[in-house]
Design a protein around this ligand. Structure first.
Ligand code: SAM
Length: 409
């Protein structure tokens, strides 16, 4: 028997292909003495729209529960991501923001990691960011921020106050927003006829190819493909004109939409679209096959952790990421199997992980003394982290990875 829901993009039928079960809010790091009877849980399941092919969650978590004054993810925490956004900002400045008094709007600007470069260049900009914790940091850096959710009404207000945007940009944000109709109506309203809407998000093709199932959590509502992006764009007079694969966050695509007919679609976009068709990404059988691999990774990881415990090994984890909630809650990994998670975010330290309540401690605890194994939750920053922690490997420690499969390195 399969569950179904109504597609948030086209109103078609969404057929479920994997159920992650009962999951908490992935960024809700509570104090150890919190009343856990009150902890919020929902059913995390994912499905494919039979009509427009958009892969999406079956249930939506109310947005104010996730994006508020307590939101703990600060984009500037990673040096790699700072470089990534600086180079994107420079590209936009030289390729798109060249006219008379250009204007760029970013939804989900977070702590200003991208807009800081635009502000420093003296270019007119506006970040739209509902989470007060991060919006305040952006403002303190000299970035203009509007503390609200981007949606159709916000776009209309910005248009009235500031005029049309030459670039609307969103990184790791569009996939967080279930109310797509309102967003794209807003984008189409605010965008100048010669402008572009550029967004980058985790790519379903990469999630399926690498079994990176922890990209699926409360905050990630959509899992885009070029095909599903084309379908949603066309409903709002927009067209996919470029697509570029990115290595960040475990594999993303940067999509460029423009008003229909205003730009010529690139060969790179057409090639990636053909690749995607060949991979069968829009077929439910392909996605059910992905689900079977998720179950295997879950079982292999649990077995490795239980064996390590039986052998008396010390196991800790690295990176109290939002996406690790999916792993720990799917597999039932708690403090009995993982002693603590170290993380550099002060807002998470002294708290426990969502749902399975593993203590989160400051990064220095990692080496105090080194454990035998460390479960790398922040695997998307593996290169940066492993280089920084070379002394751990030199001392004989091993990393536990679970994407694309479970292994010790
Ligand atoms: N752009 C940054 C990056 O790539 O690192 C931040 C990404 S963070 C994962 C997602 C951001 O989207 C959060 O800062 C959140 O507050 C924001 N957000 C969520 N819903 C939004 C909406 N409707 N409009 C604007 N921002 C939103």
């Amino acid at each position: 028997m399969s569950n179904s829901s109504q597609c948030r993009v086209c109103g078609g039928t969404v057929t479920e292909f994997f159920d992650f079960g009962r999951q908490p809010l992935s960024d809700a790091f509570h104090k150890p003495d919190a009343d856990f009877e009150q902890e919020f849980f929902f059913r995390l399941a994912v499905g494919l729209c039979d009509t427009c092919t958009m892969v999406q969650l079956m249930e939506e978590v109310p947005r104010d529960r996730m994006f508020n004054e307590e939101y703990p993810y600060f984009s500037s925490g990673s040096a790699y991501m700072r470089t990534h956004f600086e180079s994107l900002a420079k590209h936009l400045l030289s390729a798109e923001l060249t006219g008379d008094d250009p204007f760029v709007v970013e939804m989900g600007c977070n702590d200003g990691v991208m807009l800081k470069t635009i502000a420093d260049a003296g270019v007119r900009h506006l970040g739209v960011e509902p989470s007060g914790s991060v919006a305040d940091v952006a403002a303190a850096k000299g970035v203009r921020v509007r503390k609200s959710f981007f949606e159709e009404s916000t776009a209309r207000e910005i248009l009235a106050e500031e005029g049309p945007a030459d670039v609307i940009y969103a990184a790791n944000t569009l996939c967080h927003i279930p109310y797509m109709d309102s967003i794209l109506t807003g984008v189409a309203t605010l965008l100048r006829p010669t402008g572009v809407f550029v967004f980058e998000d985790p790519y379903l093709g990469e999630i399926v190819a690498r079994t990176s199932f922890d990209q699926i959590y409360d905050e990630h509502f959509y899992f885009f493909t070029l095909r599903s992006v084309q379908e949603m764009a066309s409903r709002h007079g927009l067209e996919l004109v470029d697509a570029e694969r990115l290595t960040v966050h475990g594999g993303e695509v940067r999509y460029t939409l423009a008003p229909k007919g205003s730009r010529t679609p690139t060969d790179a976009m057409k090639a990636l679209l053909a690749e995607e068709e060949a991979a069968g990404l829009t077929k439910i059988e392909t996605l059910r096959g992905f689900g079977a691999k998720v179950e295997k990774n879950r079982d292999d990881l649990l077995e490795l952790l239980r064996t390590a415990k039986a052998e008396g090994k010390r196991v800790v984890a690295y990176g109290a990421t939002a996406k690790s909630a999916t792993v720990t809650n799917l597999a039932g990994i708690g403090p009995d199997l993982v002693e603590f998670v170290c993380d550099s975010t002060p807002a998470k330290q002294g708290r426990v992980t969502p749902g399975t309540h593993i203590p989160v401690v400051e990064s220095a605890e990692f080496a105090n003394p080194y454990p035998d194994y460390v479960l790398l939750f922040a695997w998307n920053h593996a290169e940066e982290i492993m280089a920084k922690e070379q002394a751990f490997a030199d001392a004989g420690g091993k990393w536990i990875l679970y994407v694309p499969d479970v292994r010790l390195v």
